[in-house]
Design a protein around this ligand. Structure first.
Ligand code: UDX
Length: 442
């Protein structure tokens, strides 16, 4: 089939390449000429395993093209997928729909008779119906559930497909587009617009709630002397609970979960439904960042003023270079404001981190970040951080003190190598009682 994908950011570039992979002819559209030029040259402007290869292969093979022209896209496509961003509005919690509205208006103006306009962006419930009424074209909603770092895998082999449609024809067209995925046995839910829109926001809210639940348990463990890692392990053996998304730590970040739960609570309130628990989910998540800062202060004898702090991690999660709403950078920046001398290191996200927080210090290697540090904060669980030898690191730092903000380091190993070790939701290692009053001068 002939498809267009409007918006070539994270979601759109992945969707366009994966649709070409399924055998369709695809035109990707973006108003940003720089992005279009990069993609035409087979360059993907973000870190996503497998995507650059796929884009290069299909642009070279002629199945995938990129343009800035809606006219060209409109003349070409039988089905148009709208994949533009819906960030949080500057003036509150609601989603900013400027790009979605502009994309629908532009493609509707140029689309051929009978073309189907499919929204994939995460939107407040009610948006699809409003857009259908505004533009007269046939509309469908087909939310995506891709995770950064697994975007290609999640698009080609999703857990489920959801089609929000009003006509059999729209359903037939979407079934044809996704035929290879459906033939592979992927479950399909065909439903109305509102339900399709809600599946996405409900799924993200559930995931965020699960993380904040275990992080709230971490707070209780801190107060009561329990170990949240063992607690999560034991809880997860119950099939109804499960182990996934039950890792306590410095909390969730990224371009989706934080803004989606805020926008959902806001939209629900407009509809007269109180989703106040999502505000608690958000608050628990933010408190975990505060807790890391408290532990940092405690380990430094009450203040981080003048302390050399090595922050390991800048991306909001490993296998990503995305620093949007990154807990690691938020903590780093706040310690910088408190007078700490912060040095950040991340294997992939350095360029994005520098752009977002130009005033923080950055190291070119893990070793450089650790050298001379008074305190180490482990805030994004990249495999290379997990594998650090505490004895090797001990030789590099000035004072061996570490906070594990992701609950993956082995407390006994670090303690045995002479480190003062603190983790979220876990007791102080045996033989260690906290700050001992050692002089802070160097
Ligand atoms: C998420 C959803 O998973 C995806 O379905 C949706 O389409 C977009 O939002 P993503 O933002 O890529 O995807 O990241 P994800 O892997 O879900 O992690 C989100 C955040 O939660 C990360 O900051 C991660 O570190 C944190 N997390 C995850 C935890 O703190 N604990 C966990 O147990 C799991």
């Amino acid at each position: 089939m002939r498809l267009t994908v409007i918006g070539t950011g994270y979601l759109g570039a992945t969707h366009a390449a994966c649709m070409a992979e399924l055998g369709h002819e695809v035109v990707g559209v973006d108003v940003d000429a720089g992005k279009v030029a990069a993609l035409r040259a087979g360059r993907v402007p973000f870190h996503e395993p497998g995507l650059a290869d796929m884009v290069a292969r299909h642009t070279a093979g002629g199945r995938l093209r990129f343009t800035t022209s809606y006219e060209e896209a409109g003349a070409f496509g039988q089905v148009h997928f709208v994949c533009v961003g819906t960030p949080q509005r500057k003036d509150g919690d609601a989603a900013d729909l400027t790009c979605v509205e502009a994309a629908f208006a532009d493609i509707a103006r140029h689309a051929r008779e009978g073309a189907l306009l499919v929204g994939k962006s995460t939107v407040p419930v009610g948006t699809a119906a409003r857009l259908a009424a505004a533009h007269g074209s046939e509309v469908a909603w087909n939310p995506e559930f891709l995770r950064e770092g697994f975007a290609v895998e999640d698009t080609l082999r999703p857990d489920r497909l959801v089609f929000g449609v009003r006509t059999r024809r729209a359903e037939r067209l979407l079934r044809r587009v996704h035929a290879p995925v459906l033939d592979a046995g992927t479950p399909l839910v065909v439903t109305d617009f509102a339900t399709a829109e809600l599946v996405k926001t409900a799924a993200n809210s559930f995931l965020a709630t699960k993380i904040s639940f275990i992080n709230a348990m971490a707070e209780v463990c801190e107060a009561a002397g329990g170990d949240v890692r063992r607690l999560a392990e034991a809880l997860g053996y119950d099939d109804r609970i499960g182990h996934t998304f039950l890792r306590a730590g410095v909390g969730f970040g990224g371009g989706c979960l934080p803004k989606d739960i805020r926008a959902f609570a806001h939209r629900a309130a407009e509809l007269g439904v109180d989703l106040g628990f999502l505000r608690a989910v958000d608050a628990i998540n933010m408190r975990r960042r505060d807790r890391v800062i408290t532990l940092a202060r405690e380990l430094c004898g009450g203040t981080v003023l003048g302390a050399r702090v090595a922050v390991l991690g800048a991306a909001f999660k490993p296998d990503s270079d995305d620093v949007r709403d990154s807990p690691a950078l938020n903590v780093a920046a706040r310690l910088g404001l408190d007078g700490a001398d912060v040095t950040v290191y991340d294997p992939e996200a350095m360029d994005n981190a520098r752009k977002a927080f130009p005033l923080l210090g950055y190291a070119l290697s893990l070793e450089e970040a650790l050298r001379g540090a008074d305190l180490v904060l482990h805030l994004t669980e990249w495999p290379q951080f997990r594998e650090v030898d505490p004895g090797w690191a001990r030789e590099l730092v000035y004072r061996p003190r570490i906070v594990d903000g992701r609950g993956v380091l082995d407390a006994d190993r670090w303690t045995a190598a002479g480190w003062r070790f603190r983790a979220l939701g876990r007791p102080v290692p045996q033989g260690e009682t906290g700050w001992t009053g050692e002089a802070e001068g160097r």
